[in-house]
Write a protein that binds this ligand. Structure first.
Ligand SMILES: [Zn+2]
Length: 346
């Protein structure tokens, strides 16, 4: 639909959008019959150029202590709008904020020519990071947060990286393969039911395990000298992935639940015992922020992108112009449609 361009308020900037990815969560919103989704502009994986600030605001200040945003600055959206005041925000756990909003679900997002948000909701981009890669910073930040939540990646001190199993070679899983490898994980093993997705994972540097073949934990142990992986990033959200993910972990390992989905997961007595005896960690993940706003889940992949060490555009299977968004969405909602990342460019 046509709407007048939004106008920036105090501390806000108007951004002309350049690229916006469509996320699985956008499709879930589009399938939901609730009419509230007809009133909000979707799109939270996006990048653009600062077009204007409020008259009188000169070089609107970004985050506290952060840089300023000038007209012409290229930016990526940080879609979470925390209140910055609750007890969770004060300790940097912005994803747990008591009073948050979100661009692209609760407030208008980036599937439009323009969007408006506080300057602190945009991350400045270096020239080396192109518009589409910048639009994929949000899912990259999710993949990075998963690695960080495991607590098992070497920090600045360095050292050997963990063996990592990525369950589910969809968009987030394939980005997790790239980020885990860039952060020093070895080996990185991707597991999926679809051979074509595993072929892409392999071309990105992962070992692969087809989950419809033999037992997944057995195959993972074969690839890790019998140990299992220190980290499992469960990106499929499928209930059937939980048990093999758990059983593939090495002693002291961590299972990070990145994906969500329907279906019951029931632990056997043996699995429960093994969680204790093998001192496993089960860690839930929601979104991708950390201290200091927006935190390392964003600054790490931004630096890796600038160094040319991530190639998220390998996942883009389809591109549409903004006016073709309905067509893009109809395609993605078609049962059996074969796509990874669908990118809208303006
Ligand atoms: Zn808060």
């Amino acid at each position: 639909m046509d709407r007048p361009p939004p106008e920036p308020g105090p501390g806000e900037v108007l951004v002309r959008m350049r690229a916006c990815g469509i996320c699985g969560s956008d499709l879930a919103r589009l399938r939901d019959p609730d009419e509230k989704w007809n009133r909000v502009v979707l799109g939270h994986e996006c990048s653009g150029v600062v077009e204007a600030s409020r008259p009188g605001d000169t070089g609107v200040s970004s985050v506290p202590g952060g840089e300023t945003l000038a007209v012409g600055q290229r930016v990526a959206l940080l879609p979470l709008l925390p209140d910055f005041t609750c007890s969770y925000c004060r300790r940097g756990e912005f994803s747990l904020c008591d009073g948050y909003s979100f661009f692209g679900s609760r407030k208008d997002g980036g599937l439009a020519e323009y969007m408006v948000a506080p300057a602190s909701n945009f991350l400045s981009l270096p020239d080396a990071v192109d518009d589409e890669s910048a639009a994929m910073l949000e899912p990259l930040s999710v993949a990075t947060k998963g690695c960080l939540l495991s607590g098992l990646f070497p920090g600045e001190a360095g050292g050997a990286g963990p063996a990592v199993l990525v369950m589910g070679a969809g968009a987030i899983g394939l980005l997790a393969v790239q980020v885990a490898l860039a952060l020093g994980a070895a080996p990185v093993i991707a597991c999926d039911v679809i051979p074509e997705k595993l072929a892409l994972a392999a071309s990105l540097g992962a070992e692969t395990v087809l989950s419809t073949a033999d037992s997944v934990p057995e195959q993972v142990r074969e690839l890790t000298a019998g140990r299992g992986t220190e980290v499992c990033l469960e990106c499929s959200g499928h209930y059937a992935a939980f048990a093999p993910a758990l059983e593939s972990l090495a002693k002291g390992g961590a299972l990070v639940m990145v994906g969500t989905g329907p279906g019951e997961v029931v632990l056997t007595g043996e699995q429960r015992e093994q969680i204790c005896r093998r001192m496993l960690t089960l860690r839930g993940q929601w979104m991708s922020y950390g201290p200091t706003w927006p935190g390392e889940p964003w600054t790490i992949p931004l630096a890796l992108l600038a160094e040319g060490r991530l190639d998220p555009k390998r996942l883009i299977t389809h591109r549409f112009a903004l006016e073709q968004t309905p067509e893009a969405v109809r395609f993605m909602l078609t049962p059996g449609a074969d796509h990874l990342k669908v990118m809208i460019t303006t």
